[in-house]
Structure formats: structure tokens, C-alpha cells
Design a protein around this ligand. Structure first.
Ligand code: M6R
Length: 650
């Protein structure tokens, strides 16, 4: 969703801000803007509806761009005066500023609604992620006191409030921001600069991420680590309503909401700049799909000891005794993470013999769910910032449940809300469509299900070891699928003109289909729906176009998960049913299966794996299938329309 970058230092800020905003583009947005201290007590704001590239073009055309994103410490020539913030500093040479990419919530995407927003005098500029829930009341109050509003945004109230508080606090920006924050409800990450406070930035957050760090030439803040990874790997995460003050000499000061100085612990970012680059791939989605062998390997590494025959989760804050006393598990998540949760549910029930439910997080808290201190709630979120999942976590904590978070992002909000955190090892995932994080979540949940069964005495160590040994083969098997994609591409090409596609499977195959259909619809905009194959005769089979019996051009594609499994024969019958009604069946089947090839000419073969591990291999061709169809439609696979990577609003 929205993105924030703020920089103050001794090097030009335009390249740092633009570079950071480009790195945040993957989150999804519709407008972009910058505000810079250009000296003589003034700010210059430049913003546009549209992409960062369009903003850059304006800067180029108006001579305001600075070409290098180098943060080498070389002080630039600043023109007549070389003091940052001094009079007549050209925009391109200004050294303190804030930048933003906006994902519209209040007001259409437009120049007026783009951030930064400013106060009446144009001296205070604010960028904001999140939603100010009491903005309507505040706006009416401010208008009553004579403030003039120029946008429809909730954010603009923040600039006007700071304007009032700045006067009341005898022109102390830090006090003014703190007093303003005390009046806001909702979620926000804010970066503020004032024309009369050269080299100073104030940032704060509540229920919306913000990280701060020192660079070689100053200090930087951003709503997400990709924006600052080039400049520092050591970052500070703010707690709710804490403030950070960034000085141009790189000094950082932190304050709690009461104004007391605090010293947060720095956290080292584990992934590399390489993760934020395409690395020779045409898009991040393909790169991330290809990273999956490594991701699965890293996620399972070190969890099993051949010497003891046991799985371990040392970071789990639950004793073996407490684990034994769990009466129920509820998994909460959204989207792809929810699909991983469905797979986790089946494995836990099968192996640990516990009742397990997987709930869509956005619905969970509205249905008065049964959660007790003997419930283990597992919250899965790649980003760790999904508002729906976080609300479910809060409810579970209030009910006394132990909350175990499974996430990819160190320092994300979910890591602060949960009792225990398990990290998947996907590293930064940029493409909006979750791919490698899904496989990592499923791999971790598989291990956790084994662990739960082991601790509750439901699985012998021999059985645990057998599954783990099969898991160790997965990276090689996934790599095999990635090496031979000819059948995937050819099957996708067969479906290039389809308006709709159905996905059918049984057992875990149905869940693989839910995920496959989500991938297809979100990146290609082709309507796709997944069903348990046994259910199609109860309604969905009516969707198959009967004209497909005589005209292959209008056949409805049906993607069928037909790998060797306990329900294989029944699945073949379901395939026969749809073929008999004119469908074009694309089957995903186990290598060496000859029966399937007798039914359809469109088969994607994958290596044989135990059924319990099949999502970790069978999901991969569906990711590539969706990507290829999206490319045939000319879609941007990394940044599909209307979507955001982290969905931080409910
Ligand atoms: O970050 P999260 O795992 O909490 O995100 C949940 C969903 O928003 C996410 O999985 C979404 O469905 C993806 N775009 C799917 O590819």
C-alpha cells in the first residue's frame, strides 16, 4: 500500500527518496510526491497522480532531478551556500526531505490528494501511511478555526494540527508532533518536515510500520526495509506512538509517547540488496519462483536431528506440557497465507490428532469465535502487517490464547503482537503474488505439524524421520519442475484466450487448486475458481461451455490436480465428467502416469512425492501457468492492478 521514505543528511536527498520510492513500488500505489527543504525557510512540494517514473520525468523536465543515488559521503556542491537548508538551495541539491507513494483511501488518486500534504502556510509537510479514523471530526474542528483544506485526504488534518501545536509549543517540532499524535486515532506512520527546522525530520507510527537507520551521510526512515537496505543494514523499529528525530549529521533520538528518551535495540536486516533486485530475471515473480528450492531448503534446515530422531522448535514459548494440554488449534490468515493454513490444518489433524480449524482472518473476529486459554492460535502472514490477521491476533490474545505467528518479516507488527514467532526463510518477497513465501509457509507448517504430533505422542520418531527425509528431497524436485517448463508453457498457451478457468482437486489437491486459481485471477485478471472435485456435480459443472464438445476454441479450461493419491481414481472420474461436457482438461499428474495421458493431451508431469508433501511441488507449475497467461494478456505480473503487497487496512 502506501510507502514512506525520509532522508536528512549532507548528500542530496532527491536520489535517496526516488530510489527508496522505486523500491517500495511493489507494495502498490497510485500517486507519488516529494517535499524538500529548499532553504530560505521554505519547502517545495512536487507530486503527481501516477507512477514514480512520471514524478521523475517532471523532475527531469524541470531540472530538479539529481542523477546519482550515491550515498558515498561526498558533500555535493550546493551552489551559493553549502549549508543544508540554506537560502536558495536548488531542489536537486536539497539534503532534507520526505517522499511518498499513495494508495488511495480518502479521495481519488490526484495531484491534490497525493502526499506530501501541507498546512495553511505551506511550511509543514507530512507524508502518511494508514488511516486517521477520527479525521472527519478533526477536520471540522480545524475548519471551524479557519484552516483551509485543499485535499480530500485524512492526512491533511495532521499537517494542520501540527501547525497549531507548533505555535503552541513555541516552535518545537518534536513537541508539536507528539501533541498531534496524542489526538489521532487509527493507524499511521508519519514523516514530518518543517521549512524552519533545517536538517530535521520527525517520524512516528501507530499500527503501521516504520523503520529508521543511520547512513554514511545522514539518517533515513522508511515504511519498509527495501527503501533503506542500500544505505544501512542496521535498523530501529519504533513501537506504537514512539517518535524518532532524525538530524542531518546522522544523529537519531528516540522518545516514547510520554516524551522520555529511549534507546531501541538495532536489528540487522538479514537479506541482501540482491533480494531487492531482479537479478537478470524479467520480473520478480519469476525470480521468486526460481528461489523456491533454496527457500524450502533454508526453511527446513536445522529443525531435525538425525541423532535424536526429533524435530525441534526452540523458539517456541510453549513447554511440552503446555503443548500436550492444547485442546484446539485455530489458524488465521488471509489470501495465500490462508491457503497455507488449510494445508497446515489437514497435516496437524492427521498427525497430531487435534481439532484444527483454518479461519479467514477478516471474518474471524466478527463471528464470536470459541477461543480459550487452551486454544493455540496460529497466525500466518508473509508481511506480518495484514490488518485483518492482526485484528484476529488481538482477539485471540484477549481471550487468553497462545498466539504463534508465522511470518517472513523481522520486526513486523505481528512479531510484536504474538507470543511466539516462527520465521520462514523466504527473504524479501517483492512480487505482489505470493509464491516463495507460500512454499516456505507450507514447509514450516509441515514441520510444525510433525512437531506437534511428536510432542503429543502421536507419531513415532521413525515416522517423523521418514517425512523429514522426503522433505529433504523437495529442493531437488522443485528445481526439476523449474528446469523443464515446456509442458507448463504449452498448457498455458492453450488457455490464452479463455475468459474463465476452473480448478478442481481432491483433498490437498483441492487446496493446491484454491491457490492456483488465486494466482491466475490476481495476476492475469482471468476469472478463475477452484472447487473440490467432488463438488462440481453439485453446481459448478454448469459453468462448462457445452459448445466445447464441437469447437475446441471455446472449451472451458479445467485445471485438474491428478497426482497419485488416495483419491486418484475418483479424480479420474471427475475428469471424465468434465471432459464429457466439453472441457479442456489441463492435468497436473505424477511422472510416469500413463492413464492420465489417455484422457487428455494436456498434462504437466511432476516428480512423485508423498501426498502430504505434494503442495510443495504441485503448486509450482500452477504459479508458472498463471504467470504465462498473465504475460500473454500483457499484464504486469509483479504489480497487478488494484492490489497491494501488504494490506494494512481492514
Ligand atoms: O502478508 P500476508 O501473508 O498476510 O498477505 C495475505 C494476502 O494479502 C496475500 O497472501 C495475497 O492474497 C497475495 N496477493 C496472494 O498472492
Amino acid at each position: 500500500m502506501c510507502g514512506i521514505v525520509a532522508f536528512t543528511g549532507t548528500s542530496p536527498t532527491v536520489p535517496v527518496l526516488l530510489n527508496g520510492l522505486r523500491r517500495l513500488e511493489y507494495r502498490g500505489y497510485d500517486s507519488a510526491g516529494l517535499a524538500l527543504q529548499t532553504g530560505d525557510g521554505s519547502l517545495e512540494i512536487i507530486k503527481r497522480a501516477g507512477k514514480v517514473a512520471e514524478l521523475e520525468q517532471i523532475l527531469e523536465e524541470t531540472g530538479k532531478a539529481h542523477t546519482s543515488a550515491d550515498d558515498s559521503g561526498t558533500k555535493p556542491a550546493l551552489g551559493e551556500k553549502d549549508t543544508p537548508g540554506a537560502a536558495n538551495t536548488p531542489f536537486s541539491q536539497a539534503t532534507t526531505g520526505i517522499g511518498h507513494t499513495r494508495w488511495a483511501t480518502h479521495g481519488v488518486p490526484s495531484e491534490a490528494n497525493a502526499h506530501p500534504q501541507h498546512d495553511c502556510s505551506g511550511s509543514i509537510a507530512v507524508v502518511h501511511n494508514g488511516i486517521i479514523e477520527n479525521y472527519a471530526i478533526l477536520r471540522a474542528e480545524l475548519q471551524g478555526r479557519g484552516h483551509r483544506f485543499v485535499s480530500q485526504t485524512d492526512t491533511e488534518v495532521v499537517a494542520h494540527l501540527i501547525e497549531e501545536e507548533y505555535a503552541a509549543a513555541h516552535e518545537d517540532l518534536v513537541l508539536a508532533v507528539r501533541a498531534t499524535v496524542a489526538r489521532l486515532s487509527g493507524s499511521f506512520a508519519l514523516a514530518v518536515c518543517h521549512a524552519s527546522e533545517p536538517g530535521l525530520l520527525v517520524v512516528t507510527r501507530n499500527d503501521s510500520p516504520l523503520v529508521v537507520g543511520k547512513t554514511k551521510t545522514g539518517a533515513i526512515a522508511a515504511s519498509d526495509t527495501p527503501a533503506l537496505i542500500e544505505y544501512t543494514r542496521e535498523v530501529y523499529y519504533l513501537d506504537d506512538r514512539d517518535l524518532a528525530v532524525l538530524h542531518e549529521n546522522g544523529t537519531l533520538h528516540f522518545f516514547d509517547p510520554a516524551g522520555s528518551a529511549i534507546v531501541p535495540t538495532p536489528v540487522t536486516i538479514e537479506w541482501d540488496l540482491e533480494d531487492a533486485e531482479r537479478g537478470g530475471y524479467p520480473d520478480f515473480m519469476l525470480k521468486e519462483i526460481h528461489e523456491q528450492p533454496r527457500v524450502v531448503k533454508d526453511t527446513i534446515a536445522g529443525r531435525y536431528s538425525a541423532a535424536t530422531g526429533r524435530i525441534s522448535f526452540e523458539e517456541l514459548a510453549l513447554s511440552p506440557r503446555e503443548l500436550k494440554h492444547i485442546e484446539r488449534v485455530i489458524i488465521v490468515a488471509c489470501g495465500t497465507s490462508y491457503h497455507a493454513g488449510l494445508i497446515g490444518r489437514d497435516l496437524m489433524e492427521t498427525w497430531a490428532r487435534l481439532p484444527v480449524e483454518t479461519a479467514v482472518a477478516s471474518e474471524f473476529r466478527y463471528r464470536n469465535p470459541l477461543v480459550t486459554p487452551k486454544t493455540l492460535v496460529i497466525a500466518i502472514s508473509q508481511s506480518g502487517e495484514t490488518a485483518d490477521t492482526l485484528e484476529a491476533v488481538k482477539l485471540a490474545r484477549l481471550a487468553g490464547a497462545h498466539v504463534l505467528a508465522i511470518t517472513n518479516v523481522v520486526g513486523s507488527r505481528i512479531t510484536r503482537e504474538a507470543n511466539t514467532v516462527l520465521y520462514i526463510k523466504a527473504h524479501l518477497e517483492i512480487a505482489v503474488a505470493a509464491t516463495k513465501s507460500f512454499l516456505a509457509q507450507v514447509a514450516l507448517l509441515t514441520l510444525f505439524a510433525l512437531y506437534l504430533a511428536q510432542e503429543r505422542g502421536q507419531l513415532e520418531s521413525g515416522a517423523v524421520g521418514e517425512v523429514y527425509a522426503a522433505m529433504e528431497q523437495l529442493p531437488r524436485q522443485i528445481a526439476g519442475v523449474l528446469e523443464d517448463t515446456a509442458s507448463i508453457i504449452s498448457c498455458a498457451s492453450e488457455c490464452g484466450n479463455a475468459q474463465t478457468a476452473l480448478f478442481i482437486g481432491r483433498g490437498v489437491g483441492a487446496t493446491i487448486c484454491y491457490e492456483g486459481a488465486l494466482k491466475l485471477k490476481e495476476i492475469s485478471y482471468v476469472h478463475a475458481e477452484a472447487f473440490a472435485a467432488g463438488e462440481i456435480k453439485h453446481g459448478p459443472i454448469a459453468l462448462i461451455n457445452p459448445e466445447g464438445l464441437t469447437d475446441p476454441q471455446v472449451q472451458t479450461p479445467v485445471v485438474a490436480m491428478a497426482c497419485k493419491s488416495a483419491t486418484y481414481d475418483k479424480m479420474l472420474s471427475n475428469i471424465e465428467e468434465v471432459l464429457a461436457r466439453g472441457a479442456k482438461v489441463i492435468a497436473v499428474a505424477t511422472a510416469g502416469d500413463t492413464r492420465i495421458a489417455e484422457l487428455t493431451g494436456h498434462v504437466i508431469f511432476i516428480p512423485e512425492v508423498p501426498e502430504c508433501l505434494s503442495p510443495l511441488v504441485a503448486s509450482v507449475p500452477l504459479q508458472l501457468f498463471a504467470r504465462h497467461i498473465a504475460l500473454m494478456h500483457g499484464a504486469n505480473v509483479d504489480q497487478p492492478r488494484n492490489l497491494a503487497k501488504s494490506v494494512t487496512v481492514e
